[in-house]
Design a binder for this molecule. Structure first.
Ligand code: AFP
Length: 334
């Protein structure tokens, strides 16, 4: 296969309209550049004294890792200057970050988790940057208000992640399927390696933090037990897999199928994951790849966030596996 760069792929596949300004392509270009910079820092982390925590606690109540803070600064710096954005929401920032007036502003809003799974960094396990792209509602100008940002995931115009693993990969959807690109460090470009990714209808792996068992209610225990005791289409038991970095657990689920679950529990009644910067972008990818994403009762993409850092339970992956959970919750609710 001839090498296809991500930019070439975007230009070939994006819908062309006379109103197209090139803002969106420019946004993705700078997002990719940010990902390359973060990837470089991560590869050198052990050599540069940037492992470990900063001693601070972020808006989510979690310890900030040095690389969290570096990745956040890279994203904010680069993306504020890209000319396509009017505002950004980061998992590491308590408030919405509005693009300052000295920079050109555009019509898009970027929501991101600069370094998901960062508690894994010190043990050299995969982490990633997750992003969601929204368009400012038609006819709005001037200072961006919060109601323009709090859109349901259905409104996303693009979403994806950059996975910093054995290889750095970009997985992206702009609403026409999901495509994966692998960074060729020699040429410094993401090249198309996984065209048109599809989630199998049913998988053979389930992924959940079973250590939370004692905090789960009956419905959740039954849902997890279903995967422990049911058979896969090949007539074998499901395998358990849990990295503890959503982006890595999702990437495996996207390729092999199965389900990733972060249910509500007694300590986290709304779940742990953030709707806007984690669940929504991955739900968009899951649906674009023929899979499903649910909060246990309904579609993640239809949830209207009530705040920037709203949380949600998440069940995501193969259609049949996610439906198995929904049926159990529906029965318990009835
Ligand atoms: P960190 O970024 O603090 O490591 O959090 C990771 C995360 O938000 C998500 O990536 C994981 O799937 C989830 O938390 C793991 O949470 P538990 O440690 O509670 O299983």
């Amino acid at each position: 296969m001839a090498d296809i760069t991500v930019t070439e792929h975007l230009l070939l596949h994006q819908k062309r309209t006379p109103q197209a300004t090139g803002q969106f392509t420019g946004l993705l270009y700078d997002l990719i550049l940010s990902g390359k910079s973060i990837s470089r820092r991560i590869n050198k982390a052990g050599l540069l004294d940037i492992l470990g925590g900063t001693g601070e606690v972020n808006v989510q109540g979690e310890n900030v890792q040095k690389l969290d803070s570096i990745a956040n600064r890279i994203m904010l710096y680069r993306m504020e200057r890209c000319g396509a954005l009017c505002a950004m929401g980061s998992e590491e920032e308590a408030d919405l970050v509005r693009v300052r007036s000295e920079f050109p502003r555009g019509d898009y809003i970027l929501i991101f988790d600069p370094l998901d799974g960062s508690s894994n960094i010190d043990v050299n396990i995969n982490v990633g940057t997750i992003f969601s792209i929204l368009r400012r509602p038609e006819g709005r100008s001037g200072e961006v208000s919060m109601d323009e940002v709090l859109q349901p995931g259905l409104k996303q115009v693009g979403a994806g992640y950059i996975l910093y693993g054995p290889a750095t990969m970009l997985v992206l959807s702009t609403g026409q399927g999901v495509h994966g690109f692998t960074l060729d460090p020699g040429v410094g470009e993401f090249l198309l390696s996984h065209p048109d990714m599809r989630i199998p209808e049913q998988g053979h792996m389930y992924s959940v933090n079973g250590g939370n068992w004692k905090y789960w209610d009956e419905a959740t225990r039954e849902a997890v037990s279903w995967f422990r005791t049911s058979e896969t289409p090949a007539g074998k038991p499901y395998s358990a897999r849990y990295v503890g970095a959503l982006v890595a657990d999702f990437h495996r689920t996207l390729i092999y199928g199965g389900i990733y679950m972060y249910p509500p529990d007694a300590k986290k009644p709304n779940g742990k994951l953030r709707l806007m910067c984690e669940a929504n972008p991955l739900a968009f990818l899951a649906e674009q790849a023929g899979g499903k994403a649910s909060d246990g009762y309904g579609r993640i993409l239809e949830r209207v966030p009530d705040k920037l850092h709203a949380r949600t339970p998440l069940f995501i992956g193969s259609v049949k596996d996610v439906e198995a959970v929904e049926k159990i919750y529906a029965r318990h609710r009835a």
